[in-house]
Design a protein around this ligand. Structure first.
Ligand code: NAD
Ligand code: UDP
Length: 328
Protein backbone atom coordinates (compact mmCIF):
# COMPACT_ATOMS: atom_id res chain seq x y z
CA UNK A 1 0.00 0.00 0.00
CA UNK A 2 1.51 3.40 -0.95
CA UNK A 3 1.97 5.80 2.00
CA UNK A 4 1.42 9.55 1.85
CA UNK A 5 1.95 12.28 4.47
CA UNK A 6 -0.47 15.21 4.19
CA UNK A 7 0.31 18.27 6.31
CA UNK A 8 -2.55 20.65 7.10
CA UNK A 9 -4.78 17.55 7.05
CA UNK A 10 -7.46 18.99 9.36
CA UNK A 11 -7.88 22.08 7.22
CA UNK A 12 -10.19 22.76 4.31
CA UNK A 13 -8.03 21.52 1.42
CA UNK A 14 -5.96 19.03 3.43
CA UNK A 15 -9.06 17.14 4.57
CA UNK A 16 -10.36 16.83 0.99
CA UNK A 17 -6.94 15.56 -0.10
CA UNK A 18 -7.03 12.95 2.69
CA UNK A 19 -10.38 11.76 1.33
CA UNK A 20 -8.98 11.51 -2.19
CA UNK A 21 -5.87 9.53 -1.21
CA UNK A 22 -7.93 7.16 0.94
CA UNK A 23 -10.14 6.59 -2.12
CA UNK A 24 -7.03 5.88 -4.20
CA UNK A 25 -6.04 3.06 -1.80
CA UNK A 26 -3.28 4.87 0.14
CA UNK A 27 -2.26 4.66 3.77
CA UNK A 28 -2.72 8.32 4.73
CA UNK A 29 -0.81 10.00 7.55
CA UNK A 30 -2.46 13.34 8.34
CA UNK A 31 -0.49 15.91 10.32
CA UNK A 32 -1.79 19.19 11.74
CA UNK A 33 -1.32 21.44 14.77
CA UNK A 34 -4.98 22.58 14.54
CA UNK A 35 -4.07 26.27 14.60
CA UNK A 36 -6.69 27.03 11.95
CA UNK A 37 -7.94 23.51 11.25
CA UNK A 38 -10.61 21.41 12.91
CA UNK A 39 -10.63 17.68 13.71
CA UNK A 40 -14.28 17.61 12.64
CA UNK A 41 -13.05 17.77 9.03
CA UNK A 42 -11.40 14.36 9.33
CA UNK A 43 -13.44 12.65 12.07
CA UNK A 44 -15.03 10.36 9.44
CA UNK A 45 -11.53 9.06 8.60
CA UNK A 46 -10.18 8.39 12.09
CA UNK A 47 -11.85 4.95 12.48
CA UNK A 48 -10.16 3.72 9.27
CA UNK A 49 -7.20 1.32 9.47
CA UNK A 50 -5.39 3.12 6.68
CA UNK A 51 -5.63 6.59 8.26
CA UNK A 52 -3.59 7.97 11.14
CA UNK A 53 -3.48 11.47 12.58
CA UNK A 54 -0.45 13.15 14.14
CA UNK A 55 -1.05 16.34 16.15
CA UNK A 56 2.19 18.14 15.39
CA UNK A 57 3.57 21.56 14.41
CA UNK A 58 5.60 20.97 11.22
CA UNK A 59 7.74 24.03 11.95
CA UNK A 60 9.38 21.73 14.51
CA UNK A 61 11.37 18.60 13.53
CA UNK A 62 9.05 16.13 11.76
CA UNK A 63 9.38 12.43 12.40
CA UNK A 64 7.38 9.73 10.62
CA UNK A 65 8.26 6.07 11.02
CA UNK A 66 8.15 3.59 8.15
CA UNK A 67 8.32 4.26 4.45
CA UNK A 68 6.82 7.29 2.75
CA UNK A 69 6.18 7.52 -0.97
CA UNK A 70 4.74 11.01 -1.18
CA UNK A 71 4.38 14.16 0.94
CA UNK A 72 1.88 16.96 0.33
CA UNK A 73 2.71 20.12 2.28
CA UNK A 74 -0.56 22.01 2.83
CA UNK A 75 0.00 23.26 6.37
CA UNK A 76 -0.22 27.05 6.51
CA UNK A 77 -2.71 29.66 7.59
CA UNK A 78 -4.39 30.61 4.32
CA UNK A 79 -6.99 33.30 4.81
CA UNK A 80 -5.90 36.95 5.06
CA UNK A 81 -7.41 37.41 8.54
CA UNK A 82 -5.65 34.26 9.78
CA UNK A 83 -2.21 35.14 8.52
CA UNK A 84 -2.54 38.73 9.69
CA UNK A 85 -3.29 37.46 13.22
CA UNK A 86 -0.53 34.85 13.23
CA UNK A 87 2.16 36.30 10.98
CA UNK A 88 5.12 34.63 12.69
CA UNK A 89 3.64 31.13 12.51
CA UNK A 90 2.81 31.79 8.85
CA UNK A 91 6.39 32.72 8.06
CA UNK A 92 7.71 29.78 10.06
CA UNK A 93 5.56 27.12 8.42
CA UNK A 94 6.56 28.36 4.97
CA UNK A 95 10.27 28.37 5.84
CA UNK A 96 11.19 26.11 8.80
CA UNK A 97 8.24 23.85 8.01
CA UNK A 98 9.18 23.25 4.38
CA UNK A 99 12.82 22.74 5.38
CA UNK A 100 11.79 19.96 7.78
CA UNK A 101 9.59 18.33 5.17
CA UNK A 102 12.22 18.53 2.44
CA UNK A 103 14.64 16.84 4.84
CA UNK A 104 12.07 14.15 5.54
CA UNK A 105 11.42 13.67 1.81
CA UNK A 106 15.17 13.32 1.17
CA UNK A 107 15.54 10.79 3.98
CA UNK A 108 12.55 8.72 2.78
CA UNK A 109 13.20 9.24 -0.95
CA UNK A 110 9.65 10.52 -1.21
CA UNK A 111 8.14 12.84 -3.82
CA UNK A 112 7.07 16.17 -2.31
CA UNK A 113 4.33 18.49 -3.56
CA UNK A 114 3.92 21.96 -2.07
CA UNK A 115 0.82 24.13 -1.91
CA UNK A 116 1.86 27.45 -3.35
CA UNK A 117 -0.57 30.20 -4.25
CA UNK A 118 -1.64 32.86 -6.70
CA UNK A 119 -0.42 35.27 -3.98
CA UNK A 120 3.13 34.73 -5.29
CA UNK A 121 1.99 37.05 -8.11
CA UNK A 122 1.01 39.71 -5.53
CA UNK A 123 -1.09 42.52 -7.02
CA UNK A 124 -0.43 41.32 -10.56
CA UNK A 125 0.60 43.63 -13.39
CA UNK A 126 0.14 40.76 -15.88
CA UNK A 127 -3.37 39.46 -16.52
CA UNK A 128 -4.31 36.63 -16.61
CA UNK A 129 -1.40 35.25 -14.60
CA UNK A 130 0.95 32.82 -16.33
CA UNK A 131 3.53 30.74 -14.47
CA UNK A 132 6.42 32.70 -16.04
CA UNK A 133 5.23 35.99 -14.47
CA UNK A 134 7.45 36.80 -11.46
CA UNK A 135 4.89 38.83 -9.58
CA UNK A 136 4.43 42.15 -7.82
CA UNK A 137 4.68 41.52 -4.08
CA UNK A 138 5.22 44.06 -1.31
CA UNK A 139 7.53 42.18 1.10
CA UNK A 140 6.89 44.55 4.02
CA UNK A 141 3.14 45.02 3.54
CA UNK A 142 0.67 43.08 5.71
CA UNK A 143 0.26 40.28 3.13
CA UNK A 144 4.05 39.95 2.79
CA UNK A 145 4.17 37.38 5.63
CA UNK A 146 2.14 34.96 3.53
CA UNK A 147 3.32 35.87 0.04
CA UNK A 148 7.01 35.84 0.87
CA UNK A 149 6.73 32.64 2.91
CA UNK A 150 5.21 30.98 -0.13
CA UNK A 151 7.83 32.43 -2.48
CA UNK A 152 10.61 31.22 -0.17
CA UNK A 153 8.92 27.82 -0.02
CA UNK A 154 9.03 27.57 -3.82
CA UNK A 155 12.71 28.62 -3.90
CA UNK A 156 13.67 26.11 -1.19
CA UNK A 157 11.78 23.32 -2.93
CA UNK A 158 13.50 24.08 -6.23
CA UNK A 159 16.90 24.12 -4.50
CA UNK A 160 16.32 20.64 -3.05
CA UNK A 161 15.29 19.45 -6.50
CA UNK A 162 18.36 20.97 -8.15
CA UNK A 163 20.99 20.14 -5.53
CA UNK A 164 19.67 16.90 -4.04
CA UNK A 165 17.75 15.55 -7.04
CA UNK A 166 14.56 15.38 -4.94
CA UNK A 167 11.35 14.77 -6.85
CA UNK A 168 9.25 17.89 -6.29
CA UNK A 169 6.03 19.44 -7.56
CA UNK A 170 4.67 22.98 -7.07
CA UNK A 171 0.99 23.82 -7.39
CA UNK A 172 -0.02 27.48 -7.47
CA UNK A 173 -3.57 27.40 -6.16
CA UNK A 174 -6.04 30.16 -7.03
CA UNK A 175 -9.04 31.01 -4.79
CA UNK A 176 -10.75 27.72 -4.01
CA UNK A 177 -14.03 27.17 -2.17
CA UNK A 178 -16.29 24.38 -1.01
CA UNK A 179 -17.55 22.45 2.01
CA UNK A 180 -15.36 22.55 5.17
CA UNK A 181 -14.29 26.16 4.76
CA UNK A 182 -14.68 27.85 8.14
CA UNK A 183 -17.63 30.21 8.23
CA UNK A 184 -15.52 32.68 10.23
CA UNK A 185 -12.26 32.47 8.27
CA UNK A 186 -12.83 35.89 6.72
CA UNK A 187 -12.54 34.75 3.11
CA UNK A 188 -15.11 36.32 0.88
CA UNK A 189 -17.35 33.33 0.22
CA UNK A 190 -17.86 32.17 3.83
CA UNK A 191 -18.05 35.84 4.86
CA UNK A 192 -20.93 36.57 2.46
CA UNK A 193 -22.80 33.31 3.10
CA UNK A 194 -22.37 33.70 6.88
CA UNK A 195 -23.72 37.24 6.69
CA UNK A 196 -26.70 36.13 4.61
CA UNK A 197 -27.48 33.27 7.03
CA UNK A 198 -27.26 35.58 10.06
CA UNK A 199 -29.41 38.23 8.39
CA UNK A 200 -26.60 40.79 8.21
CA UNK A 201 -25.65 43.09 5.35
CA UNK A 202 -22.93 41.81 2.99
CA UNK A 203 -19.64 43.68 3.43
CA UNK A 204 -17.78 44.56 0.24
CA UNK A 205 -14.25 45.85 0.79
CA UNK A 206 -13.48 48.77 -1.54
CA UNK A 207 -15.89 49.41 -4.41
CA UNK A 208 -16.17 45.74 -5.36
CA UNK A 209 -14.50 46.18 -8.75
CA UNK A 210 -11.59 43.90 -7.78
CA UNK A 211 -11.82 40.47 -9.41
CA UNK A 212 -11.25 36.88 -8.33
CA UNK A 213 -11.77 33.53 -10.09
CA UNK A 214 -13.24 30.82 -7.88
CA UNK A 215 -12.48 27.11 -8.24
CA UNK A 216 -14.59 24.36 -6.67
CA UNK A 217 -12.58 22.12 -4.34
CA UNK A 218 -13.20 18.82 -6.22
CA UNK A 219 -11.73 20.30 -9.40
CA UNK A 220 -8.68 21.52 -7.50
CA UNK A 221 -8.09 18.12 -5.88
CA UNK A 222 -8.22 16.42 -9.29
CA UNK A 223 -5.67 18.90 -10.68
CA UNK A 224 -3.35 18.37 -7.71
CA UNK A 225 -3.57 14.60 -8.00
CA UNK A 226 -2.69 14.72 -11.69
CA UNK A 227 0.19 17.12 -11.08
CA UNK A 228 1.62 14.90 -8.35
CA UNK A 229 1.60 11.95 -10.74
CA UNK A 230 3.12 13.95 -13.61
CA UNK A 231 6.83 14.44 -14.17
CA UNK A 232 6.71 18.26 -14.31
CA UNK A 233 8.87 20.13 -11.79
CA UNK A 234 8.04 23.78 -12.47
CA UNK A 235 5.10 25.61 -10.90
CA UNK A 236 1.65 24.94 -12.34
CA UNK A 237 -1.43 27.15 -11.89
CA UNK A 238 -4.55 25.27 -10.83
CA UNK A 239 -7.72 27.32 -10.64
CA UNK A 240 -10.88 28.22 -12.47
CA UNK A 241 -10.41 31.04 -15.01
CA UNK A 242 -14.04 32.19 -14.75
CA UNK A 243 -13.36 35.71 -13.42
CA UNK A 244 -15.93 37.82 -11.59
CA UNK A 245 -15.92 41.13 -9.70
CA UNK A 246 -16.53 40.96 -5.96
CA UNK A 247 -19.64 43.10 -6.46
CA UNK A 248 -21.08 40.60 -8.97
CA UNK A 249 -20.14 37.83 -6.57
CA UNK A 250 -22.05 39.49 -3.70
CA UNK A 251 -25.08 39.79 -5.97
CA UNK A 252 -24.84 36.09 -6.84
CA UNK A 253 -24.76 35.20 -3.13
CA UNK A 254 -27.80 37.42 -2.50
CA UNK A 255 -29.70 35.55 -5.25
CA UNK A 256 -28.50 32.14 -4.06
CA UNK A 257 -29.46 32.67 -0.43
CA UNK A 258 -32.59 34.74 -1.08
CA UNK A 259 -31.50 37.17 1.64
CA UNK A 260 -33.21 40.55 1.78
CA UNK A 261 -30.06 42.18 3.19
CA UNK A 262 -28.21 44.85 1.26
CA UNK A 263 -24.58 45.42 0.33
CA UNK A 264 -22.49 47.79 2.48
CA UNK A 265 -19.04 49.07 1.57
CA UNK A 266 -15.98 48.97 3.88
CA UNK A 267 -12.36 50.03 3.50
CA UNK A 268 -10.26 47.97 1.09
CA UNK A 269 -7.44 46.17 2.95
CA UNK A 270 -3.87 47.28 2.14
CA UNK A 271 -2.34 45.60 -0.95
CA UNK A 272 -5.58 43.79 -1.82
CA UNK A 273 -4.95 42.50 -5.39
CA UNK A 274 -7.09 44.32 -7.97
CA UNK A 275 -7.44 41.41 -10.37
CA UNK A 276 -6.77 37.71 -10.38
CA UNK A 277 -7.37 35.03 -12.99
CA UNK A 278 -5.25 31.99 -13.70
CA UNK A 279 -3.95 31.22 -17.16
CA UNK A 280 -4.37 27.44 -17.07
CA UNK A 281 -2.95 26.64 -20.53
CA UNK A 282 -0.05 24.77 -18.93
CA UNK A 283 -2.31 22.55 -16.79
CA UNK A 284 -4.49 21.80 -19.82
CA UNK A 285 -1.45 20.85 -21.92
CA UNK A 286 0.49 18.94 -19.27
CA UNK A 287 -2.24 17.29 -17.26
CA UNK A 288 -5.25 17.31 -19.60
CA UNK A 289 -6.96 19.07 -16.68
CA UNK A 290 -9.54 21.79 -16.60
CA UNK A 291 -12.29 22.61 -14.11
CA UNK A 292 -15.62 20.84 -14.61
CA UNK A 293 -17.84 22.34 -11.91
CA UNK A 294 -19.16 25.80 -12.69
CA UNK A 295 -19.84 28.43 -10.04
CA UNK A 296 -23.61 27.91 -10.03
CA UNK A 297 -23.20 24.23 -9.15
CA UNK A 298 -20.25 24.74 -6.78
CA UNK A 299 -22.06 27.48 -4.87
CA UNK A 300 -25.19 25.33 -4.58
CA UNK A 301 -23.18 22.50 -2.99
CA UNK A 302 -21.27 24.86 -0.70
CA UNK A 303 -24.41 26.66 0.45
CA UNK A 304 -26.04 23.31 1.25
CA UNK A 305 -23.03 22.50 3.45
CA UNK A 306 -23.13 25.80 5.33
CA UNK A 307 -26.87 25.46 5.89
CA UNK A 308 -26.38 22.00 7.37
CA UNK A 309 -24.06 23.28 10.13
CA UNK A 310 -25.34 23.70 13.69
CA UNK A 311 -26.59 27.23 14.34
CA UNK A 312 -23.88 27.92 16.93
CA UNK A 313 -21.25 27.72 14.13
CA UNK A 314 -22.81 30.81 12.62
CA UNK A 315 -21.92 32.87 15.67
CA UNK A 316 -18.43 31.52 16.44
CA UNK A 317 -15.71 34.12 16.62
CA UNK A 318 -12.54 33.49 14.56
CA UNK A 319 -10.74 30.25 15.43
CA UNK A 320 -9.74 30.37 19.11
CA UNK A 321 -6.11 29.35 18.79
CA UNK A 322 -5.46 31.86 16.04
CA UNK A 323 -5.79 34.53 18.72
CA UNK A 324 -3.20 33.01 21.03
CA UNK A 325 -0.27 35.43 20.88
CA UNK A 326 1.86 33.09 22.99
CA UNK A 327 1.85 30.29 20.39
CA UNK A 328 4.72 31.69 18.32
P1 NAD B 1 -6.87 25.95 6.27
O1 NAD B 1 -6.55 27.02 7.24
O2 NAD B 1 -8.26 25.38 6.26
O3 NAD B 1 -5.86 24.73 6.42
C1 NAD B 1 -4.54 24.87 6.80
C2 NAD B 1 -4.22 23.78 7.81
O4 NAD B 1 -2.83 23.84 8.16
C3 NAD B 1 -5.01 23.95 9.12
O5 NAD B 1 -5.62 22.73 9.47
C4 NAD B 1 -3.93 24.36 10.14
O6 NAD B 1 -4.25 23.97 11.45
C5 NAD B 1 -2.70 23.68 9.57
N1 NAD B 1 -1.44 24.27 9.98
C6 NAD B 1 -1.06 25.57 9.92
N2 NAD B 1 0.18 25.73 10.40
C7 NAD B 1 0.62 24.49 10.77
C8 NAD B 1 1.83 23.99 11.32
N3 NAD B 1 2.87 24.80 11.61
N4 NAD B 1 1.94 22.66 11.56
C9 NAD B 1 0.91 21.82 11.27
N5 NAD B 1 -0.27 22.24 10.75
C10 NAD B 1 -0.41 23.56 10.50
O7 NAD B 1 -6.51 26.52 4.81
P2 NAD B 1 -6.71 25.88 3.36
O8 NAD B 1 -7.55 26.80 2.56
O9 NAD B 1 -7.09 24.45 3.47
O10 NAD B 1 -5.23 25.98 2.78
C11 NAD B 1 -4.38 24.85 2.73
C12 NAD B 1 -3.11 25.18 1.94
O11 NAD B 1 -3.45 25.57 0.60
C13 NAD B 1 -2.30 26.33 2.53
O12 NAD B 1 -0.93 26.03 2.40
C14 NAD B 1 -2.67 27.50 1.66
O13 NAD B 1 -1.64 28.46 1.61
C15 NAD B 1 -2.90 26.84 0.31
N6 NAD B 1 -3.79 27.63 -0.55
C16 NAD B 1 -5.14 27.63 -0.35
C17 NAD B 1 -5.94 28.40 -1.18
C18 NAD B 1 -7.44 28.39 -1.04
O14 NAD B 1 -8.12 29.09 -1.81
N7 NAD B 1 -8.04 27.65 -0.14
C19 NAD B 1 -5.38 29.18 -2.18
C20 NAD B 1 -3.99 29.17 -2.33
C21 NAD B 1 -3.20 28.38 -1.53
N1 UDP C 1 -13.74 40.73 0.52
C1 UDP C 1 -14.88 41.51 0.64
N2 UDP C 1 -15.68 41.33 1.75
C2 UDP C 1 -15.41 40.41 2.71
C3 UDP C 1 -14.25 39.60 2.57
C4 UDP C 1 -13.44 39.80 1.46
O1 UDP C 1 -15.16 42.36 -0.21
O2 UDP C 1 -16.18 40.33 3.68
C5 UDP C 1 -12.87 40.91 -0.67
C6 UDP C 1 -11.40 41.07 -0.37
O3 UDP C 1 -11.05 42.41 -0.07
C7 UDP C 1 -10.79 40.59 -1.68
C8 UDP C 1 -11.76 39.52 -2.16
O4 UDP C 1 -12.98 39.75 -1.46
O5 UDP C 1 -10.77 41.64 -2.62
C9 UDP C 1 -11.28 38.09 -1.88
O6 UDP C 1 -10.90 38.04 -0.53
P1 UDP C 1 -10.45 36.70 0.19
O7 UDP C 1 -10.07 37.06 1.57
O8 UDP C 1 -11.47 35.65 0.00
O9 UDP C 1 -9.18 36.18 -0.63
P2 UDP C 1 -7.91 36.86 -1.32
O10 UDP C 1 -8.07 36.49 -2.74
O11 UDP C 1 -7.92 38.35 -1.14
O12 UDP C 1 -6.75 36.22 -0.66
Amino acid sequence: MPRVLITGAAGFLGSHLCDRFIKEGYHVIGMDNLITGDLKNIEHLTPLQNFEFHHHDVSKFVHVSGKLDEILHFASPASPIDYLKIPIQTLKVGSLGIHNLLGLAKEKKARLLIASTSEVYGDPAVHPQTEDYWGNVNPVGPRGVYDEAKRFQEAMTMAYHTYHGLETRIVRIFNTYGPRMRLNDGRVLPAFIGQALRGEDLTIFGDGSQTRSFCYVDDLVEGIYRLLKSDYVGPVNIGNPDEITIKQFAEEIIRLTGTSQKIVYKTLPTDDPKQRRPDISLAIKLLGWEPKIDRAEGLKRTYAYFKSLPEEDLYKEAHGRAFDKNSK
